[in-house]
Design a protein around this ligand. Structure first.
Ligand SMILES: O=C(O)[C@H]1O[C@H](OP(=O)(O)OP(=O)(O)OC[C@H]2O[C@@H](n3ccc(=O)[nH]c3=O)[C@H](O)[C@@H]2O)[C@H](O)[C@@H](O)[C@@H]1O
Length: 443
């Protein structure tokens, strides 16, 4: 046993040691928390740098797509109610009615077709990504118009694979009317990637989902008159060359036709491509000439009217929307079933391509003079040579005998009649009735 002095000394030594251990461990804690803090700061700085300076489009696009993905997934999770809404919209209200997924349903042709299908008792579910290629508020207005008719549009992208699979799982679609695309001939010079993303990757993604579905739906989709490219035979027939596209837009549509061939061949998907010829009408696309000419004429701004390098007028086979809708419905009604199921081909399936035009080309100068009459305003015309490198062609002219034979397609609206209907809608939609000096003359 030691003396009391020894004991007190050893207690003090022990207390000191504990003190030192505590100090050391606090130092260690401080050091590691400092390290942690610095690491967190570094990670945060790197993230801020990536998002803000380094890859803004990529990082933001990823963020938005993840957000949309999560939104879609949160729909999936609270799925009962959401799935019920999908099924309600997609259920036909007539015996043997079609069950159609319409992609691009908030678009020009998509909204008209969705409404026409719904009105005759078919089930329609829309899909649209509401992108900002042109004023999204017009797309929202079309969506609201469709909602009044119990057509639901799911907000989502063609490239969102889980979403597509989910939609095809929830509803046994008999048909897909695929109209979602990056449209516009000249914009391809400015944003080529958007054409590849929507018209090629998006189309393949849709076909992948459709081929795996059970039952496989039949697919009708929008190709374009622009696939005729440098073809000089006239009027354009489905038998003519389409291997000389004059724009990237045309090339992606032509690629779509070839991709359709391969999915038909490998998986037995029933596929019908429709080559639309410059579609116009109420609820149309603001990026198209007839639409922005109307706006500019009313605002007293000058318009560029193109002529060919040889000084000739350019002409288009302008086709009225109601005629195009009849062609789309005719194609859906005559589409045979896909032959495969669950990704396996069980036999040959239908593969078709049709022109849907008006069979009557009109020079752009004539389009302008019709608008001048309807708007009661003189256009400030600026006639210029067509920019040589923007993919534009001098004229289009459809031979529609195949569509007439197989789809009973027969266009009935001439340009003056169709433009009158467009202008009537335009002044109503934008609330301009009173600014026009006189009423739009009726037919
Ligand atoms: O037929 C088609 O498949 C294509 O029709 C239209 O393309 P486009 O015929 O070029 O339609 P607009 O851009 O409205 O041009 C119509 C006419 O006006 C002319 N134009 C265009 C713009 C302009 O400022 N001035 C002008 O005279 C064009 O050369 C063309 O002859 C659509 O924009 C495409 O999405 C569609 O695929």
């Amino acid at each position: 046993m030691g003396s009391p002095a020894d004991t007190s000394k050893s207690i003090k030594v022990e207390r000191y040691k504990r003190y030192i251990r505590r100090v050391n461990s606090t130092k260690l804690l401080n050091a590691s928390s400092k390290l942690l803090f610095r690491a967190t700061l570094l990670v945060a700085l790197i993230l801020v740098f990536l998002f803000t300076f380094n890859y803004p489009p990529l990082a933001l696009a990823d963020m938005y797509s993840t957000q949309r993905h999560l939104q879609a997934h949160s729909h999936f999770l609270s799925s009962g109610a959401w799935e019920k809404q999908l099924r309600h919209s997609a259920t036909p209200r007539r015996p043997n009615g079609l069950t159609v997924l319409v992609t691009g349903a908030a678009g020009f042709v998509g909204s008209h077709c969705s409404l026409a299908l719904k009105k005759r008792g078919d089930g329609v579910l829309g899909l649209d990504n509401f992108n900002a290629y042109y004023d999204p508020s017009l797309k929202r207005a079309r969506q609201a118009m469709l909602a009044k008719h119990q057509v639901l549009i799911v907000e989502g992208d063609l490239n969102d694979t889980p979403l597509l699979h989910k939609l095809l799982d929830v509803v046994a679609f008999t048909h897909i009317l695929h109209l979602a695309a990056q449209a516009g001939v000249r914009y391809a010079m400015h944003n080529p990637q958007s054409y590849v993303t929507a018209n090629i990757a998006g189309f393949v993604n849709l076909l992948e989902a459709a081929k795996s579905a059970n039952p496989q739906p039949a697919i009708v989709w929008a190709s374009s008159s622009s696939v005729y490219g440098l073809n000089t035979e006239n009027p354009f027939s489905e038998l003519h060359r389409t291997d000389q596209p004059a724009s990237l837009y045309a090339a992606t549509k032509k690629a779509g036709e070839e991709i359709a061939h391969s999915y038909n061949h490998i998986y037995g998907l029933s596929l019908t491509g429709l080559r639309f010829f410059t579609v116009y009408g109420p609820w149309g696309r603001p990026d198209m000439a007839y639409f922005f000419f109307t706006k500019d004429i009313l605002q007293g701004k000058s318009i560029d009217v193109y002529e060919t390098p040889e000084g000739k007028q350019v002409a288009r086979d302008f086709t009225y929307i109601d005629d195009i809708v009849k062609g789309c419905l005719g194609a859906l009604d005559t589409a045979e079933k896909s032959s495969g199921s669950g990704g396996k081909k069980r036999g040959a399936a239908q593969l078709r391509v049709y022109n849907l035009g008006n069979t009557s080309p009109v020079p752009v100068g004539k389009l302008v003079s019709i608008l001048e009459g309807l708007l009661n305003s003189k256009a400030k015309k600026h006639v210029i040579k067509m920019p040589s490198n923007d993919g534009d062609g001098p004229y289009t002219h459809a031979n529609v005998s195949l569509a007439f034979r197989d789809l009973a397609y027969k266009p009935t609206t001439d340009l003056p009649t169709g433009l009158r209907k467009f202008v009537k809608w335009y002044v109503g939609y934008y609330g301009l009735q009173t600014s026009l000096k006189k009423d739009i003359p009726s037919a």
